[in-house]
Design a protein around this ligand. Structure first.
Ligand SMILES: Nc1ncnc2c1ncn2[C@@H]1O[C@H](COP(=O)(O)OP(=O)(O)OP(=O)(O)O)[C@@H](O)[C@H]1O
Length: 247
């Protein structure tokens, strides 16, 4: 897998054709993500983060600019964890993960994912019986199942209570360490971003641009130390006061 280059000069939504009303969502956004880098995108509500992920996923081709992922000859595999877990209610946990395969996947692959996400005992349950935290773990497992080159995650822990979010974050992190992929992870939570990311990209209100692009210098083994994360957060807010306006 090579670098991902994102260079978007303009993304505009047409709000009403008859009155020529537009929303200028993204302008002059240019950055490169290196293989297996974990990047958190942080920006205010409505600034265009989901729009950007949809464009990278190929779900929205209507923009000016270029997104270059991997080799031109080989299209990359992209996993997408949406804000809403989007599980199929008539399928069990296990079937909701298996559904991303054309043929039946190896039993051990699904077993390992279920095990890693602490879902093994719930594998035959249907989504309506699952807590939101469990549903989110299923959707993360489903995205990892295809062993993606790039994993797009759109606020996957939003609306979870703090202890559940911490638990799912730890599970995600340990899964990612076993199978590192390039990750673009959207969040509003600066502590969460610092605990997970190699790099933080702060984004402006629309039209969305990069405000700051900052490496996280904390060693991986120290990321579970909340004191360490908090100290870096305070330092960041002090050195880059504009960031607090974006949270
Ligand atoms: N299909 C669409 N048609 C018109 N406007 C849209 C469409 N999709 C998104 N928008 C607008 O584009 C802007 C960016 O939306 P987007 O969902 O990408 O923001 P976001 O940063 O992901 O927000 P949040 O953090 O609240 O999820 C918003 O003003 C939104 O109303």
């Amino acid at each position: 897998m090579s670098d991902i280059r994102i260079n978007i000069s303009n993304k505009t939504y047409v709000l009403a054709h008859d009155t020529e009303q537009f929303h200028h969502a993204i302008a002059d956004l240019d950055f490169t993500v290196h293989p297996q880098q974990f990047v958190c995108l942080v920006g205010p509500s409505g600034c265009g983060k989901t729009t950007l992920l949809n464009m990278i996923a190929g779900l929205d081709p209507h923009f000016e600019g270029q997104i270059n992922i991997g080799q031109a000859t080989q299209s990359p595999t992209i996993g997408y964890v949406f804000q809403n877990p989007r599980l199929l209610p008539w399928l069990t946990v296990r079937q909701n993960i298996e559904i991303v395969f054309d043929d039946k996947p190896p039993t051990s692959l699904i077993d390992n994912l279920l095990d890693n996400m602490q879902l093994f005992d719930a594998q035959h349950q249907y989504p309506e019986r699952l807590s939101l935290g469990m549903q989110r773990r299923v959707s993360i497992s489903r995205a990892f199942a295809i062993n993606p080159d790039i994993l797009l995650m759109d606020e996957p822990f939003v609306s979870l209570d703090a202890p559940t979010a911490r638990q799912v974050r730890r599970l995600l992190y340990s899964l990612w360490q076993k199978r590192p992929h390039t990750v673009l992870f959207v969040t509003h939570d600066l502590r969460e971003a610092i605990a997970l990311a190699d790099r933080l990209i702060f984004l402006s209100p629309s039209p969305m641009r990069i405000v700051s692009d900052i490496e996280v210098p904390i060693a991986r083994e120290q990321r579970t130390d909340e004191g360490c994360v908090e100290a870096f957060r305070e330092q960041l807010l002090q050195n880059h006061p504009k960031i607090s306006e974006l949270l």
